[in-house]
Design a protein around this ligand. Sequence first.
Ligand SMILES: Cc1cc2nc3c(=O)[nH]c(=O)nc-3n(C[C@H](O)[C@H](O)[C@H](O)COP(=O)(O)OP(=O)(O)OC[C@H]3O[C@@H](n4cnc5c(N)ncnc54)[C@H](O)[C@@H]3O)c2cc1C
Length: 333
Amino acid sequence: MAVDLRARNTLGLPCQAHELQVITSLAQLQAGFPRWDEASLLVLAGGSNVVLPEVWPGRVLQPALRGRQVREEKEAVLIQVGAGEPWPELVRWTLAQGWSGLENLSDIPGWAGAAPLQNIGAYGVELADVLQEVQSVDRRDGRLRRWQRADCALSYRDSIFKGAARDTQVIAGITLRLPRRAQLHLDYGDLRAELDRMAVSTVDAQSVATAVSRLRARKLPDPALLGNAGSFFKNPIVSQAQADALARQEPGLVAHACAGGQKLAAAWLIDRCGLRGQGNGKVACHRDQALVLVNLGAATAGDVLAWAGHVQDCVRQRFAVELEIEPRVYASC
Ligand SMILES: Cc1cc2nc3c(=O)[nH]c(=O)nc-3n(C[C@H](O)[C@H](O)[C@H](O)COP(=O)(O)OP(=O)(O)OC[C@H]3O[C@@H](n4cnc5c(N)ncnc54)[C@H](O)[C@@H]3O)c2cc1C
């Protein structure tokens, strides 16, 4: 039966799909094979990192498996979680148990099973820092597969599940490894300044989580009020030579050293093109955070991609830098 996915994606884009199947157990997921081996299958979790087309004529699968299993070891706590566990709740729960490691990843929307796809990251920490294993069902034969962290090819907003294994796996669960003596990561962006503002007597994982939540609430529009998918573009990585040349041409260029050269702040590039707060009537660059494209109310995927293309053109013309779209863009199949 046709289903409207508008309320199931944080950009709030209208999308009529042929059928939605919500799966809540591994047995159900495996029993569903070979239906998952269709080119027209769309795997959708929390919908916070997708651009959905107006019509999706195929099946939509929601891997909503819940559950948390804990194994305590001397040096670390291992937590196996179902793909459908909401990530922000999971982070809050680990902190309430007294386990640190996820505090910098507080309040990232979405479900646990989607976290490996783009190796979610924030405030200097990535999933790669805590991921032990991914469990998936292979869409081609229905078999359960286990991927150790090294198998997942995790890098900046990327993984094997967006590359060689794209559209071949349905992630059923993930296992996190939280070391008992995890170090706090306080050196990213405004985190230390926010902790100072909070004037806590002892900085611990819980206060870091609170600081991250406060920063995010100030900087990012709430999708419930203004549809968005978080950062719409990845921060581009350029060679040291290109970054040096740009810095000479553009005083104040924001860049950080990374593997492969320098990572440029995409928000700064867009802002510098005068696009912050600008839009096409349907979609705009958010007035406080240019990297976030917002749905002004009645946008479709076409409107979002048209504005994104304009932003990419402006940045290319001014800086000769290519902005890559971060969310997965689905075209009608
Ligand atoms: C306000 C806001 C802030 C954000 N901030 C951040 C941030 O700080 N850092 C960051 O990294 N991201 C951020 N994001 C992006 C997003 O939250 C993450 O990418 C998140 O992991 C997406 O989860 P989801 O459940 O919504 O996935 P969806 O959007 O439903 O899916 C994303 C992709 O993953 C695939 N997928 C999902 N689940 C599975 C599964 N079980 N098996 C196989 N494939 C699957 C889908 O097919 C799709 O291609 C933000 C988004 C918003 C709206």
